[in-house]
Design a protein around this ligand. Structure first.
Ligand code: AMP
Ligand code: MG
Length: 359
C-alpha cells in the first residue's frame, strides 16, 4: 500500500526532497559564509602614536602573526606622522609652516597635496566652518600645548587674519600664503587618514578582523571570524574615559570618528574652553553641541566631518552629513541625541542620561 503510494507520488516526493536539500544547503552555506560558529580569540596592543593613544585589537587565526601586524601598524602611523605632524620639524607640513615665503609657492609631495586639496574642498563646502589653516588660533589658545589661556580680544582679531583661508591659494602641487605666519594643519583629519592607511596595510595581512582606535577615530576591519557586524561604543561626553553612552552596529571596513568638547579643554569662571575653534569668531565653538560622531567608509571624511559638523551645529551639520552620504550622531549639552536616518536601526542608547530625539 505504502509502496504503491510512493510510486504514485514519486515525482512530487523527489521534488520536495530536492527543495528541502537545496534549501538546507543554501541556509547552511549562507550561515557558514556570514555567521561562522567559531570566533577568533583577540589580542590587544596599546601604545601611543601621532600624539594620542592607540589601541589595536587583532583577530588573527594564527595568533603568532599578531606581533608583526602590530609593528606594521606602528610603522604605518609613524611614517604618516613624519609627513603631516606640525610638531616634528622635519615633516612636510611643519617645514612648509616654517619655511614658506609669503607670495611664493611651497611644494608638497603628491600624497600630501591630495589631502590638502581635500581639506580645502571641505572648507569651501562648509563655508569655512572647517578650516585647514586654524593652527595660529589653536596655538594662541594653547589648549593642546599645555599653555591654555583666554587670549585678549585684540590678539584674536589679529590672529584671525592668519587663519583666513582666503589668504591661501592652492596650485597643482603646492600652496601660496598671502599673509605672514600662516600654517597648514592636519589636526582634524590626521587620525582618520591613519585609519585609511592602516586598513590598506591590514589587507596585506592574514588578520580576519581588527578594531584600531587612533585617538578619536576607530577603524572596524573585517570581522571576528564569525561574520557578524561590530558593535562600536561611543564615548559618553560627560563620563570618565572608556564609558560609552551608545553603541553603533557597523560592518567591517568603516571608520567611526568622534569630536568632542571633553577631549582637550580648560575651565575658567565655570566656562569650558575646548580645542575645536569656530573660525568665524576665533573662540572655541559654543553652539550647544558636546560631541559629534561620523561614520564613513573614508577615514579622512569621518574625521574631517566630525570636526566640521561640530562647528556647523546640529541643524546644518545633519544636512551636510546627509549631503556627503555619511552617518552621524549629534549630542547636545542638554543630553539630547540626533542621528541620521541611516543609523536608525543601527544605533542603541546605553545610558539613561541621554534622550534620542529623532527615533
Ligand atoms: P578633532 O578632534 O578631529 O575634531 O580635531 C580637533 C583638532 O582640529 C584641533 O585640535 C585643531 O588642531 C583642529 N581644529 C580645531 N578647530 C578646527 C576647525 N574649525 N577646522 C579644522 N580643524 C580644526
Ligand atoms: Mg576630526
Amino acid at each position: 500500500m505504502l509502496i504503491k503510494y510512493i510510486a504514485k507520488y514519486r515525482h512530487a516526493i523527489t521534488a520536495i526532497v530536492a527543495v528541502l536539500f537545496i534549501g538546507s544547503m543554501v541556509y547552511f552555506g549562507i550561515r557558514t559564509k556570514n555567521m561562522k560558529d567559531v570566533s577568533i580569540e583577540p589580542q590587544t596592543f596599546s601604545g601611543l602614536a601621532m600624539g594620542t593613544a592607540v589601541k589595536k585589537t587583532l583577530y588573527t587565526e594564527d595568533a603568532s602573526q599578531n606581533e608583526a601586524i602590530d609593528k606594521m601598524i606602528d610603522t604605518c602611523l609613524s611614517e604618516l606622522e613624519s609627513k603631516i605632524s606640525v610638531r616634528e620639524s622635519g615633516s612636510e607640513v611643519a617645514s612648509c609652516n616654517r619655511n614658506y615665503a609669503v607670495n611664493g609657492v611651497y611644494e608638497f609631495s603628491d600624497e600630501i597635496m591630495q589631502y590638502i586639496k581635500e581639506e580645502f574642498q571641505i572648507c569651501e563646502e562648509t563655508n569655512g566652518a572647517f578650516s585647514p589653516c586654524i593652527r595660529p588660533l589653536a596655538e594662541l589658545w594653547g589648549i593642546e600645548d599645555g599653555e591654555a589661556r583666554i587670549p585678549e580680544p585684540g590678539e584674536i582679531e589679529e590672529t584671525l587674519k592668519r587663519t583666513n583661508p582666503e589668504n591661501v591659494k592652492l596650485t597643482n602641487d603646492g600652496i601660496t600664503f598671502f599673509e605672514e605666519r600662516m600654517a597648514i594643519d592636519f589636526g582634524a583629519v590626521g587620525k582618520g587618514i591613519a585609519c585609511d592607511l592602516v586598513r590598506e596595510k591590514l589587507q596585506e595581512t592574514s588578520a580576519e578582523g581588527a578594531v584600531i582606535s587612533v585617538g578619536g577615530s576607530i577603524l572596524a576591519y573585517g570581522d571576528k571570524g564569525d561574520g557578524r557586524n561590530w558593535h562600536i561604543g561611543i564615548q559618553d561626553p560627560r563620563a570618565e574615559e572608556g564609558k560609552v553612552f551608545a553603541v553603533i552596529d557597523v560592518e567591517g571596513g568603516l571608520v567611526i570618528s568622534t569630536s568632542g568638547d571633553y577631549e582637550k579643554y580648560f575651565e575658567q569662571n565655570g566656562k569650558r574652553y575646548h580645542h575645536i575653534i569656530d573660525p568665524a569668531t576665533g573662540y572655541p565653538v559654543d553652539n550647544g553641541l558636546i560631541s559629534v560622531t561620523v561614520v564613513s567608509e573614508s577615514g579622512f571624511l569621518s574625521d574631517a566631518l566630525s570636526t566640521a559638523c561640530f562647528v556647523m551645529g546640529t541643524e546644518d551639520g545633519l544636512k551636510y552629513a546627509a549631503k556627503k552620504g555619511v552617518e552621524a550622531v549629534f549630542v547636545t549639552a542638554d543630553k539630547k541625541v540626533y542621528i541620521t536616518d541611516g543609523l536608525k536601526k543601527k544605533f542603541r542608547l546605553q545610558s539613561e542620561d541621554y534622550q534620542l530625539e529623532n527615533k
